[in-house]
Design a protein around this ligand. Structure first.
Ligand code: ATP
Length: 355
């Protein structure tokens, strides 16, 4: 007799702004997809975020990482409120949690679904993944402000690139490229920066020797920005440091229809720690609470999560249903030029799932 699959233990952090709206839509779809393969999704909702900060002085509890570790993965909405300083919520929750869990690799797939209008012409068939190093580079937080308030203020921001961190991001990217087209583009800026990015080039070229089936190219970030618009179909897996990965992934999201379409995963390189899966967009306070948010980025983050936990059929079912729903403009939310609500689009996805 076959054993029933263990339930998926999902921690859910809806957060602020549009977070709760898009997370509710994603959980609905994920629950149906897991049930369709005979499994069960067990969710624990965590009230971490801006409201908790205003109530208790901290966006998440001191034992947040331990709480997360009793689950298989986290689905996260967004944090940010106009009445709370950004750093209290961004550093006090999502960046803090990524650091405590050592989620060193950020994966951002960009898929142009047929039928979705984009601001860039000819995006048919665009399907790429950006693997971004998530802990170092220009965002490591090293630096200081000298001569503050004297009129000669001096801001110092030090970029840090270490072999160990480059290696683990590189292994993740090569393994992904091996499963996909066998092409990997490393994005650096070694003509102008003399230490950190040449180290990236050297280390990634060394790691490439362990992946003979993958063809590695090294591209300067400025050239990559132009190529992403001019010939995005020439790209498959991109590997970049923290800063370039951040900028290029927002640019790449435009190819798929914008922020409302872009999912992401924050993953521990060894895979022993639960990952955090979240839409790339933030709390979007301008549209929050009005049912205007596009839930696709969050739904696709849910698909990524299920894929990584081995529920590949459920993940595939979600992507197929999203693709089918997006073919009909009646299901498009205002960011895609339509007038469907968050709930309308979520129901359209649900209706197209083979349940
Ligand atoms: P935060 O400070 O939390 O990052 P933000 O509003 O500054 O919030 P984003 O949330 O990333 O930044 O969004 C920028 C703009 O993109 C929003 O003002 C909103 O109009 C639009 N947007 C973001 N997410 C969505 C979405 N899911 N659906 C539709 N529009 C969105």
């Amino acid at each position: 007799m076959t054993q029933p699959a263990a339930p998926v233990r999902l921690a859910v952090i809806p957060g602020d702004g549009v977070g709760p709206e898009v997370v509710a839509a994603a959980v609905l779809v994920m629950r149906a997809a897991v049930a369709a393969e005979g499994g069960e999704l067990k969710t624990t909702e965590l009230d971490w975020g801006g409201e908790r900060f205003l109530r208790e002085g901290a966006a998440m509890p001191a034992d947040a990482a331990a709480v997360v570790k009793t689950h298989d993965a986290v689905l996260f909405g967004a944090v940010g409120r106009p009445d709370v300083p950004d750093h209290e919520l961004v550093w006090g929750l999502i960046i803090g949690l990524r650091q405590q869990l050592d989620l060193a690799v950020n994966v951002r797939p960009v898929h142009a679904f047929p039928g979705v209008p984009t601001k860039v012409r000819d995006t048919d068939g665009v399907d790429l993944v950006i693997v971004r190093e998530n802990t170092e580079g220009e965002y490591v937080g090293a630096g200081g402000l000298a001569h503050a308030g004297t009129g000669h203020d001096l801001g110092i921001e030090v970029a840090v690139h270490s072999r160990r961190v480059i290696e683990r991001a590189a292994h993740h990217a090569f393994a992904l490229a091996e499963q996909r087209s066998g092409r990997l583009s490393l994005v650096t800026k070694s003509n102008a920066m003399r230490f950190g990015y040449p180290l990236w080039d050297r280390v990634v070229t060394e790691v490439a020797e362990q992946y003979p089936a993958v063809e590695l190219e090294i591209v300067l970030v400025d050239a990559m920005a132009a190529r992403m618009i001019q010939s995005p179909r020439s790209l498959d897996v991109l590997l970049a440091g923290n800063l370039f990965g951040d900028i290029l992934s927002d640019l790449a999201a435009v190819l798929a229809g914008g922020m409302g379409m872009a999912p992401s995963a924050n993953i521990h390189p060894g895979g022993q720690v639960p990952g955090i899966y979240e839409p790339v967009h933030g709390s979007a306070p301008d549209i929050a609470g009005r049912g205007l948010a596009n839930p696709v980025a969050c739904i696709l983050s849910g698909a990524l999560l299920l894929d990584d936990l081995g529920h590949t059929n459920a993940a595939h079912g979600i992507r197929e249903a999203v693709a089918a729903a997006l073919l009909d403009p009646v299901n498009h939310t205002p960011d895609l030029g339509g007038d469907a609500t968050t709930a309308d689009l979520a129901s359209a996805v649900l209706n197209r799932m083979e349940i």
